[in-house]
Design a protein around this ligand. Sequence first.
Ligand code: TMP
Ligand code: ASP
Length: 241
Amino acid sequence: MEKREERYRGKAKTVYGTDDPKFVIMHYRDDVSAFDGAKLAKLEQKGETNNRFNAYVMGRLAGAGIRTHFVRMLNDRESLVKAMRMLPVECVVRNVVAGSMAKRYGLEEGMRLPEPLFEFFLKSDALHDPLVNDDHIRILGWATADEIAQMKALTHRVNAVLRPMFSDAGIDLVDYKLEFGHPLDDPYGPIVLGDEFTPDGCRLWDAQSAEKMDKDRFRRDLGNVIGKYREVATRIGVPLD
Ligand code: TMP
Ligand code: ASP
């Protein structure tokens, strides 16, 4: 597979084309962003840490029969993935109240939910990813009723795989965000996970101490961001080098 032109530069990753239109390369940079791009920095070793973390988690998800865009890691900072047409919504599952949910409903961070709770957000930095419901998505044409059902089912299935994986390492999976789409080579087939899973897009708390081990360390200026990402990686068994 040959690397070609830069296609898209996101806040933390750059997408490159390849000589096969059905595949693209995800390059994990050292950039970190929060609050929809309002807070930016570079963190040494972030790119390689997240690339390896993601490759490991994608392997665990594939092992559980969850369809993902991931093909294989190419080098320290790059992975080959299927080219996708993404649905413009973000899927969040929460096991514990934190972040925007705590703020929106005036709840204490750390309240355990009696069952995993699903939320949709519209993917738009300019609008700060507003909360939306099934009707917004279906009636405004962002996704069909069937795609909505599949996104919910798959996001919950990911929880069923990853929550015990983290819990076995003494870590609570508090919440996470996922995005889905259709691979270009199967535009009418079932939807596929087209996103990374790294500590950038989830909340992970040490089960004993409740210490934050995810991107909230950067959002809230807690320091040692990548040190904690790498500690999580080591605890769940990600080979870091
Ligand atoms: P929130 O509490 O800010 O709504 O975020 C819930 C979870 O989803 C949290 O783990 C962070 C993640 N997330 C992202 O990674 N990117 C996003 O744009 C949003 C809205 C959430
Ligand atoms: N992922 C978004 C950003 O990079 C929001 C966040 O994580 O706070 O700005």
